[in-house]
Design a protein around this ligand. Sequence first.
Ligand SMILES: [Zn+2]
Length: 143
Amino acid sequence: MYGSQNKWCFVPGCKNTSRSAPNKKFLSVPENYSRKVKWFKAARRDIPKSKSTFFCCEDHFKLEEDMENYIRYKLIGSKMILKADVVPHIFDCQPDRKRAASTPERSVALKRQRKQLVEEALLCEAKEVNPQYELISSHGRGR
Ligand SMILES: [Zn+2]
């Protein structure tokens, strides 16, 4: 039905293509410009000037919730229709985002990491300040 057209996911960091993941569904990015902008923003990608069609793999959606006709689609295999305001919203392929939606356990580790960073920064500052002190005091001695 779709021929042999090779599709690939437009989300940066996502490696799914219709060849590497033939079982995944690929949704075409809306042609409508304002919707297209939203999709590209959601995926953290610049809006391309080219008019070519982009695809987004199902990994970035929760199809049962995001589709208008999920049941029909499942039952009779009709064309997938996404709800009008839906944009890609699952980005497991982008590691920095995964952290943002992390478990409490993870955020504690992150806090600890941050604290360590602050302490290190303070240490560095102290090291930077000290030589200056010596310089000033040696000047003082020269007088
Ligand atoms: Zn993808």
